[in-house]
Ligand binder design. Sequence first.
Ligand code: NAP
Ligand code: GLV
Length: 319
Amino acid sequence: MAKVFITRDIPQAGLELLAGQCDYTVWRGDGPPSHRELCAGVAGCHGILSLLTDRLDGIVMDAAGAQLRVISNMAVGYDNIDVAAARARGIAVGNTPGVLTETTADLAFALMAGAARRIVEGVDHVRAGKWLTWGPKVLLGHDLHGATLGIVGFGRIGQALARRAAGFGMRVLFVDSGNKSEAAAQLGAKRVTLAEMLPVADFMSLHVPSTPETRYMIGSTQLAMMKPSAILVNTARGDLVDPAALEDSLRRRLIAAAALDVTEPEPLPVGHALLALPNCLVVPHIGSASHATRDLMATMAARNLLAGLAGVPLPNPVP
Ligand code: NAP
Ligand code: GLV
């Protein structure tokens, strides 16, 4: 029977599909396996079911051995995998697009609203016993309705965010490498360049993958071009934003706030400067974290894995 290494305990829905179909081992450490533990865990395996926290490079693939047939990532993003190295070794690579789109867009919208209306600061205010009366100037924030939302990356999640924004009467601008004219027409969104978006967006939400081209696409130059009242939301990948530039611009109030589900580094260490800023809301990479969506992701990852082990095309290969 084919041997499989699963790099963390995944939802039961995925494990049930694999039961009896392969001989799998689940990594039971507290966190992700280290690179060295990963190399040891995959030795002799035909398949790996990985998470975005695992760096799967050629070293890990070679540590597995020439019999390795498939790497199935339980995530839509696959920047943690050296796809070229996998292709060179004839290893199929799969991911989980689509099933987490709406759940992640829900979180992006929640972060946007949370930062705009200063929800976490409000909760802290109440818990600290500072709620003494209704205050005409207490915790004033920014309106979502009528605001301009700039979406960077108008793919599945970007478009799902635009659908939510329509319900709030927001004007939607987007940046994308493709023209996306059909989606733009359907959603009443306008394609612009990043340079056009930066000075006019009240909210800017990032939805491009992490690639060498998108790394640090938001740095000090871009942040300085944004409105002082603007709010930056990142639910894509931490390395799209230069963290030192973001800290500086939040501290100097060059932008009003940021709301981050993803960071660089990830996780942000306790005591990191961004965590001390009241205008920076950080949650721990929970974009797809609903019960139903994680079941769907685990199921999809299991199906990709089984197809790869059987040597047939994966239902969801990475592009
Ligand atoms: P998607 O459908 O592929 O959308 C990405 C969009 O970005 C595509 O329209 C793509 O255009 C565009 N794009 C790529 N490179 C670009 C560039 N350099 N400049 C401008 N546009 C560019 O992917 P998705 O499913 O929406 O997911 C997007 C990302 O979100 C994932 O890669 C992942 O990193 C992240 N994510 C995070 C969470 C979370 O838990 N926080 C959950 C899900 C996803 P083309 O299609 O024309 O190339
Ligand atoms: C989550 O970040 C994913 O890429 O699925």
